[in-house]
Design a protein around this ligand. Structure first.
Ligand SMILES: *Cc1c(COP(=O)(O)O)cnc(C)c1O
Length: 398
């Protein structure tokens, strides 16, 4: 073993001892409620494919057509020479769906967050983030060099204190000498990815307006699912027009891959000029863009509405017996990491796949089984899940 491998083996041993070791599981089938792993069938409650679109014929057809017409690869970054028709159609489709002046799609939601936050902020600015925001936002905030302040989860008093502090800081003589006024950006998720609860968007909009801050909302777990036109929680709360930067992924309810930022024309033109993950990375494959656009169209159709109703009916069926926030993400709190892994493996023995989510995805000692419900699950699937949970004493209500 060379020195690198020796050191890494020792680090891996520590990870194992903490009950935090992770391994890939190979899935030999398409995404859906029923999957195959190692030749065995499993009932799947691990996927963010909320509307069951990842394996939908309309999306597969769109991807296939795009391959036939535009090939397998995009060839270069979009600014260099790879800005293919499917990417333009996707940007326009997302903007129309979200009701914003413009949209820009990235290769992932992670890249969208990094691109937007690092383009907008520099070390003179302040970024205020909810304690539970996704890793991509934390990483982007760090990379931007802005002063990061974390407010307690959904804690508006805490946020207000940070905004006051930021205002004072921005007024300090050393910062007022800089070429542009220092800014404050607030970032939150709308539906939180590991807890399934909601951010108080109306109150946050009020605060950001009071302090002249900007607001960015990550709707990764809400677009396609909330609001009259299924644009997201911001639409449901009737504040979408007041949020400067709306972000989301094309890899969850939309069934494909990629991420987007939506907002004003100047915002999008600025990102095309300054968002580094957009500028310095090969454009997504045409198939991904075309499938995503087909996903966005499907979500807006009558079928999309039916899928959403089916999803909420499944969530309601489980929520009769299991504590939930009413979203498609239903975490069952376990606490200790080793115990969560053990319960997940007992469920695997019963043919049910629910991932144990552990540190660093959630805090230490906050391990949980994260059930994600989808529209593609049948009532019988939900009953089978409940029976398995009962057998492990994980159902508290009767
Ligand atoms: C999944 C997720 C992302 C990242 O999106 P990808 O397209 O998977 O890179 C960003 N934010 C939240 C809250 C997410 O859950």
């Amino acid at each position: 073993m060379n020195a690198l491998d020796e050191e890494l083996s020792s680090r891996l041993k520590d990870i194992r001892e903490e009950g935090l070791y992770r391994e890939l599981r190979r899935i030999d089938s398409a995404q859906g409620p029923h999957i195959e792993m190692d030749g065995k069938p499993f009932l799947n409650f691990s996927s963010n494919d909320y509307l069951g679109l990842a394996n939908d014929p309309a999306l597969k057809e769109a991807a296939t057509e795009a391959v036939k017409k535009f090939g397998a690869g995009a060839g270069s970054s979009r600014l260099l020479g790879g800005s293919l028709t499917p990417h333009h159609i996707l940007d326009e489709t997302v903007a129309t769906f979200k009701g914003t002046a413009a949209a820009l799609c990235f290769s992932s939601g992670y890249a969208a967050a990094a691109g937007a936050i690092c383009a907008l902020l520099n070390s003179n600015d302040v970024i205020a983030v909810d304690k539970l925001v996704h890793a991509c936002i934390v990483d982007a905030a760090r990379l931007s060099g802005a002063k990061m302040r974390v407010f307690g989860h959904n804690n508006l008093n805490d946020l207000e204190k940070i905004l006051r502090w930021a205002d004072q800081r921005h007024a300090s003589p050393s910062l007022s000498q800089t070429d542009r006024r220092p800014r404050t950006l607030i970032v939150t998720e709308s539906i939180f990815s590991m807890d399934g609860d909601r951010a108080p968007l109306r109150e946050m909009v009020r605060l950001k307006e009071q302090f002249g801050a900007w607001l960015m909302v990550d709707e990764a777990h809400a677009t396609g699912l909330y609001g009259k036109s299924r644009r997201g929680l911001a639409e449901e709360c009737v504040v979408d027009k007041q949020i400067e930067i709306q972000m989301g992924t094309l890899g969850k309810a939309f069934g494909s891959a990629g991420g987007y930022i939506c907002g004003s024309r100047p915002l999008i033109d600025y990102l095309i000029n300054r968002a580094r993950p957009f500028i310095f990375s090969t454009a997504p494959v045409p198939a991904a863009a075309a499938a995503a656009a087909a996903g966005v169209r499907l979500v807006q159709s009558k079928t999309g509405e039916e899928r959403r109703s089916q999803l909420w009916a499944n969530v309601a069926a489980l929520s009769r017996y299991v504590e939930s926030e009413g979203s498609a993400i239903i975490p069952m709190m376990i606490g200790e990491e080793g115990k969560a892994t053990q319960i997940a493996s007992s469920l695997m023995d019963q043919g049910i796949f629910i991932p144990a989510v552990r540190f660093p995805t959630v805090g230490r000692g906050e391990a949980r089984l994260r059930v994600t419900m989808t529209a593609a699950h049948s009532r019988a699937d939900v009953e089978q899940l409940l029976a398995a949970l009962r057998a492990l004493n994980l159902v508290n209500k009767t």
